[in-house]
Ligand binder design. Structure first.
Ligand SMILES: Cc1cc2nc3c(=O)[nH]c(=O)nc-3n(C[C@H](O)[C@H](O)[C@H](O)COP(=O)(O)OP(=O)(O)OC[C@H]3O[C@@H](n4cnc5c(N)ncnc54)[C@H](O)[C@@H]3O)c2cc1C
Length: 381
């Protein structure tokens, strides 16, 4: 059983209140307009959530993986899109706090204060998603700068991000030639390209980023040249649990909450729907799946907080958590639509929105196929 600390309970309860009062009431409108919710940014910033992953000495909450899981779960329970800006920003700040110099971190934090506070995590390219190790965006040294050319695709928060953590090729082919640099949105030659018109996850500012001879100071290189992949694998393990996994599980819990409320009130052929055993069994199975996903995520967070993200057995647990929670998210939201019937399938119901949102988690942050490949490889090695 997981025992939460007083601090974890305090953060969870604060975020639950924010989710109920500020996030949930705006979900349908954001889903309709696809506008990036700057009102969420204000609320998150006021409550210190955007800097949750930073140590207290840098103005953060020093949140461990378990706390981050609770934050994301509570927000996704209200609306799956809501935690996405916290995930991209939190992941970038987590990389910076671990791998940047103190001077770099201070400079970037000062820069973020001047705008939306939001960061993007830019890895994927149009032809390099699962195969990101072969990415092509290139940074070529030129005096004190790198000159960056190429583009990134599907970058969450990229529409409004002040700083973009960009994975670039500085060396030869494959994962050993990749570095991480920070590109300011005000850099000459940097453009926010087309917005991706997605089936769900509205308002997450998912765009193309274009680099056209962008001059980036060598002071913006994070860690050592050509060591970007090592930084990525460490952070990816963390993000997949508190980011993707907790989003999927929180969204599934929200669908279950919604459908239980619906079934309690619905009457079919003069009989309360709550009395149909077939429906009761579906609800029980949904609850079992959500609770199992939650247990796996919390266990992974627990192990990670005690042993670190690069601990050998953590990666397998991470793959299992992300993949299982994402599949549960899809199944539970789809069953929720089934229980509500025709109205569940109509646009504008929270249930159909949750089903569209659930799909993305099976794809992003390392698709579920890739998670299964890594889990199997680790089991067999
Ligand atoms: C909503 C959303 C938000 C996103 N946000 C970001 C972001 O902020 N930053 C970022 O960098 N990227 C982001 N992405 C991109 C995301 O990480 C990629 O979509 C993902 O890695 C999959 O890559 P792909 O789309 O190119 O699919 P592909 O890699 O082309 O894969 C297509 C299909 O083939 C399968 N496949 C691929 N390789 C193998 C293999 N070796 N064995 C078996 N099956 C395989 C995949 O599982 C998938 O089912 C986002 C994507 C979405 C949908």
């Amino acid at each position: 059983m997981v025992e939460f600390t007083e601090e974890q309970k305090r953060v969870r309860d604060t975020v639950r209140k924010i989710a109920e009062e500020k996030v949930a009431p705006r979900a349908a409108e954001i889903d309709e307009t696809d506008e990036f919710p700057l009102d969420y940014v204000d609320v998150y910033a006021k409550n210190g959530l955007l800097k949750a992953t930073l140590p207290k000495s840098s103005g953060g909450l020093d949140a461990d993986t378990m706390t981050l899981c609770l934050i994301v779960e509570e927000l996704a329970r209200a609306y799956a899109s809501a935690p996405q800006m916290l995930i991209t920003t939190g992941a970038v700040l987590q990389v910076l706090s671990k791998a940047a110099t103190t001077a770099q971190l201070q400079r970037f934090l000062k820069r973020l204060e001047k705008g939306t506070h939001i960061c993007s995590f830019a890895l994927t390219e149009a032809n390099y998603g699962s195969d990101a190790g072969n990415l092509q965006t290139r940074a070529v040294p030129d005096g004190d700068n790198y000159v960056v050319n190429g583009s990134k695709a599907f970058i969450t928060s990229g529409e409004v991000a002040e700083l973009n953590l960009v994975f670039v090729r500085t060396g030869g082919r494959g994962t050993k030639g990749i570095s991480v640099i920070v590109v300011d949105k005000n850099s000459h030659g940097f453009h926010v390209g087309n917005k991706e018109h997605k089936m769900g996850f509205a308002g997450t500012g998912t765009v193309e980023l274009i680099f056209d001879d962008v001059e980036v100071s060598k002071d913006n290189l994070i860690g050592k040249e050509n060591e970007g992949w090592r930084l990525l694998t460490n952070i990816a393990n963390m993000m997949r649990v508190w980011g993707a996994g907790s989003t999927a599980m929180g969204n599934a819990q929200g669908a279950l909450d919604d459908v239980v409320e619906y079934v309690r009130e619905e009457v079919q052929s003069g009989k309360p729907e709550v009395d149909f055993q077939a429906i009761q069994f579906m609800l029980a199975d949904m609850a079992i799946s959500v609770e199992t996903a939650r247990s796996l995520i919390y266990r992974t967070a627990y192990v990670m907080d005690r042993n670190g993200a690069s601990f050998k057995d953590v990666e397998t647990l991470v793959c299992m958590s992300k993949c299982y929670a994402a599949d549960v998210g899809m199944k539970v939201t789809s069953d929720a639509v089934q229980i509500v019937g025709g109205y569940g399938y109509t646009k504008g119901s929270s249930i159909e929105r949750r089903m569209r949102d659930a799909k993305s988690v099976q794809i992003y942050d390392g698709s579920n196929q890739i998670q299964r490949i890594v889990a199997a490889r680790n089991l067999l090695s």
